[in-house]
Design a protein around this ligand. Structure first.
Ligand code: B12
Ligand code: SF4
Length: 460
């Protein structure tokens, strides 16, 4: 008699952030949490280790660790340990840290878990790969014979680098629709929900219950993809097709977080939250506004200014949005057109005025300004900072960081004196690898100061 293969146990790992600085600005491993739900729904066992847990007692009481701290709206500081600066950053005047739990805590958590059949490691920023490599090394120490698969944003944007250096058995660049087949090839187990994997709109809710203790906030995703093609952005490469959840599913994500997990702060991860949102997001927000919002929403990933009609601004306010970030990038219309035409200065001023009329305060509203793009001059950024401040919103500098496969990538590689094609550490926004004689690192620091320092600006 043929035996049905046993359901495999998949260990999911969210690795450390290795960076000069990192702040938990509503950053949770959303991709991995969706995968956990898909695996569970398909019949697999799952275990999860979060190297970015801010509340790990072992870590926060360890003498070598600067403990984490809770801040506003569920955000906060990660615990961190100073570590040696990787060689490519030699001479860069900042200390380097591993953010998250103590490695010994990670080792203990691994030792407590039943031996898995596969280990899945996610990755986010390409330049955080040292944390990914360290996690995989430790997994190999504890479970030498267990296959390790690496997926996520670093894996997809730098597959050759990841294949060469990560230590994973497999670097996942395939469409998610292929994953059930790949699991079956490895373990012989056929997931019962194989067809769901490639159909975003049918995915189950992300497994927020794996985050223990319950997090102070939850990420929410209503859809993937963006119709724009800004030259510096990897959205189209990561999510070429737009897809979205219906209102029921969006409401379920929020209600589950609020009612079952007691969460009151929610951060949207969409690239284009308000575009084509009439039928899915709007009814959800209308219901929340009608019932009286007992929750707060945040959009750290920026809204499209062009979508901010009067009724949307009113609805955002009434449904509990508190942190509004706008993707302005520049106040110079010529530049805006050159960079994809998603907004112009007049459109922005009208939108900000509508947000204030709706009830938002100056402190609620911020605008991102890209800084240091090839061809851009520091004076343009300074002008945009002043423009945003005059509009009543807060300017937020987004340092240009070159991303593989984006339209501007080759131009950035030709401009940079660092080998950004071979070394993902040079994609770090803090490092500013595209510094040049007419836009220096000192210019970047000064512009960040200008954007931060309202008092200085008002004095001048
Ligand atoms: C939400 C978001 C943020 C959040 C937090 C993200 C986090 N969790 O840490 C915030 C707003 C804080 C943020 C900040 C920044 N971000 Co951001 N962010 C995103 C965004 C929009 C979504 C990421 C996400 O969660 N997606 C949703 C999940 C479902 O997808 P996923 O993680 O890719 O997972 C899927 C697959 O990859 C796969 N998968 C994942 N893991 C695994 C593992 C295995 C084994 C398998 C099989 C599959 C698999 O399955 C999942 C389901 O499909 C992306 C853009 C994008 N469209 O992806 C940019 C993006 C990651 N950010 C980017 C950048 C540049 C930044 C900033 C530097 C911007 C700036 N200049 O300030 C800052 C840096 C922050 C810092 N230093 O801490 C770049 C990446 C750059 C890089 N070099 O890697 C991106 C790609 C946007 C872009 N400009 O193109 N960001
Ligand atoms: S509008 Fe935003 S998400 Fe869309 S391509 Fe431009 S930067 Fe990327």
């Amino acid at each position: 008699m043929m035996h049905k293969p046993r359901a495999p146990l998949v260990l999911l790992i969210n690795p450390w952030i290795t960076d000069f600085a990192a702040y938990d600005l509503w950053a949770k491993p959303m991709g991995l949490l969706f995968l956990a739900s898909l695996l569970k729904e398909g019949g697999c066992g799952t275990a999860f280790i979060d190297c970015l847990d801010r509340r790990d007692p072992f870590t926060n009481s360890h003498a070598a660790v600067l403990p984490g701290r809770d801040k506003k709206f569920g955000t906060g500081k990660y615990p961190r340990m100073r570590i040696a600066k990787p060689e490519p950053y030699a001479g860069f005047p900042r200390h380097f840290h591993r953010h998250g739990i103590h490695p010994e805590s990670f080792r203990r958590k691994l030792a407590e878990i039943e031996k898995p059949d596969i280990v899945w490691v996610t990755s986010i920023m390409t330049y955080w790969y040292p944390g990914v490599l360290e996690a995989i090394r430790m997994v190999r120490d504890v479970f030498p014979a267990v296959p390790v698969w690496l997926g996520g944003i670093y894996a997809r944007l730098c597959p050759d680098h990841a294949a060469r250096w990560s230590g994973a058995d497999r670097v996942i660049t395939e469409d998610l629709a292929r994953i059930p087949e790949m699991i079956c090839e490895l373990t012989g187990f056929a997931l019962s929900n194989a067809r769901v994997w490639g159909d975003f709109s049918s995915w189950p809710l992300p497994a927020l219950d794996l985050l223990k203790p319950a997090p102070g906030y939850a990420p929410v995703l209503t859809g993937v993809g963006c119709p724009y093609r800004c030259p510096y952005c990897a959205s189209a490469r990561l999510q070429p097709k737009r897809a979205g959840f219906d209102s029921r599913r969006i409401m379920d994500q929020i209600e589950w977080g609020r009612n079952e997990l007691g969460i009151s702060d929610f951060a949207f991860y969409d690239d284009a939250l308000l575009l084509d949102a009439e039928h899915a997001l709007r009814p959800v927000l209308e219901k929340i506004a009608k019932d009286g919002p007992r929750i707060r929403f945040h959009v750290p990933n920026a809204l499209h200014v062009r979508a901010l009609s009067k009724d949307w601004c009113d609805l955002l306010y009434a449904s509990g949005f508190r942190t509004i970030r706008l993707g302005l990038e520049t106040a110079l219309d010529g530049r805006s057109l050159e960079w994809g035409g998603k907004v112009d200065a007049e459109m922005y001023l009208e939108a900000v005025a509508r947000l204030f009329e709706a009830g938002f305060s100056n402190d609620d509203v911020g605008a991102y300004l890209i800084c240091g793009l090839p061809g851009q001059r520091p004076e343009e950024v300074a002008e945009s900072v002043r423009f945003v401040r005059q509009s009543g919103a807060h300017p937020h500098i987004a340092e240009f960081s070159p991303i593989p496969g984006t339209p501007i990538w080759n131009k950035a590689a030709a401009l940079s004196t660092f080998d950004i094609k071979a070394e993902p550490l040079y994609h770090n926004n803090t490092f500013f690898a595209c510094r040049r004689p007419d836009f220096t690192y000192a210019d970047m620091v000064a512009l960040k100061g200008l954007a931060r320092n309202r008092g200085e600006e008002e004095k001048n």
